[in-house]
Design a protein around this ligand. Structure first.
Ligand code: FCB
Length: 419
């Protein structure tokens, strides 16, 4: 007879539970290289949607044909609503929160720093503290001030100087509130899309620009690491990496080397922890990528493959660093798949932990529905739904299921066993 067996998977004491956001995707009112790019590209992206997405996606998300979908504009108004948003996270039993500081607000002109904006982020940090949320602060989540973009962005020979000057100021002003700093978000994914595939600003398509950008990010990271430690030897400085689980022929070794390990091999001596973003499984056949099963997928058509997080975590063992899962999530407007998605990923994370991988936190992407870069507003990643007209927040049922896990610091699963 089939017997349902309940199992409790406990997470380590002090495990951080929360969700992640990034400034440009939620704040609203940002003026940076992306907001400029959106103005020029919104019409093109709206037109492209007719052929780019599959018919079930086009039928379900008509807003993809509207150019406004591609303009971040007021985003989800988090810049003014952060207090309520954090209270909501608290009520969902989160004990930590990842967000980013918008460089273009802090330094709108070269070397000209905006005191009011520094105060804003001080208040954000105070508010997190009041809600009992440990902050993980990203110093750059892709967007750049306009003056810097004009000087070549991550290809500028002075980029590590510029980045370090900004990081030092933030460290001096806000360091008292922050234990965990993240210098950069997904250097590999960013360099790939911005400098090799040409789909994000500044739309370069060049192998040498791709490596130029990554190598400059490596330099900037190391410098920022030293600066933040000089200011506070006790702080923890990491970088966030997007890791893909590659399977298949010989090509998987090259793909894993460049995508997963290139940046980490160069920076691991300057990392107190690794932030892991896991979204992708990539099965390679011959020279073709993405031969994936499509049994389960998100609104974006991304395959759901929870086991992959176990493999990428195992691969990260070699660096012997604490790991925080800084992003993991899916676009799921109807909230039909989200809670199972979270639980399955946590199952595999727990398995990795029980086998000795030092994972210390999990941040779902994202707290709120938000502006998903060149795809705009239609993909709905939030634990909390946002009505983009009224800005009203509506807690999704999956958020409550996740809240139970956060509250208990354990996950209950059911095994079906034959007896
Ligand atoms: C990650 C990004 C994040 C969000 C998710 C869906 O690559 O870091 O900003 O767009 O993907």
């Amino acid at each position: 007879m089939d017997k349902k067996e309940e199992k409790t998977l406990r997470f380590p004491p002090g495990f951080l539970w929360g969700a992640a956001t990034s400034a440009h995707q939620v704040e609203g009112g940002n003026i940076n290289d992306w907001s400029e790019w959106e103005k020029v590209n919104a019409v093109r992206l709206a037109r492209r949607a007719k052929t780019y997405w599959q018919s079930w996606q086009r039928d379900k998300f008509e807003e993809m044909f509207d150019e406004k979908n591609y303009m971040s504009g007021r985003a989800v108004g988090h810049y003014n609503r952060y207090r309520d948003d954090f209270k909501m996270a608290k009520s969902l039993y989160h004990n930590a929160h990842r967000f980013s500081i918008e460089w273009s607000r802090i330094e709108p002109g070269e070397g000209k720093f905006n005191k009011k904006e520094i105060e804003h982020y001080r208040e954000v940090l105070v508010s997190l503290k009041e809600c009992g949320l440990e902050p993980l602060v990203s110093l750059n989540h892709w967007t750049l001030p306009l003056w810097l973009a004009k000087r070549g962005g991550w290809l500028s020979p002075k980029i590590s100087f510029y980045f370090n000057r900004y990081v030092k100021l933030i460290g001096e002003e806000l360091g008292g509130y922050v234990k965990f700093w993240i210098t950069v978000n997904e250097p590999n994914q960013y360099a790939l899309n911005s400098y090799l595939l040409g789909v994000w600003p500044p739309q370069r398509r060049s192998v040498s620009d791709f490596f130029g950008a990554i190598n400059n990010i490596v330099r900037a990271h190391k410098k920022a690491y030293k600066t933040l430690h000089a200011l506070n030897p006790d702080c923890q400085v990491g970088a966030v990496k997007n890791q893909t689980f590659f399977e298949g022929g010989l090509l998987k070794y090259a793909a894993a080397y460049f995508h997963n390990r290139y940046f980490l091999n160069k920076t691991h001596k300057y990392l107190d922890f690794i932030g892991l973003n896991y979204y992708f499984h990539n099965r390679i056949k011959g020279f073709k990528f993405n031969h994936n099963g499509q049994e389960r997928f998100s609104d974006l058509g991304w395959e759901i493959y929870p086991e992959g997080i176990y493999h990428v975590l195992n691969d990260l063992r070699q660096y012997r660093k604490p790991i925080y899962v800084t992003e993991n999530g899916l676009a799921d407007k109807d909230d039909k798949k989200r809670s199972v998605f979270i639980k399955e990923h946590l199952f595999w994370i727990h398995k990795a932990i029980s086998e000795g991988v030092d994972v210390r936190g999990y941040f779902y992407w994202s707290l709120l529905d938000n502006f998903e870069w060149e795809k705009g507003f239609w993909p709905r990643f939030g634990l909390v739904e946002v009505d983009h007209k009224t800005m009203k927040r509506i807690v999704r049922p999956s958020a409550r299921q996740y809240a139970e896990i956060c509250r208990n610091n354990y996950l209950k699963i059911f095994n079906i066993s034959n007896s």
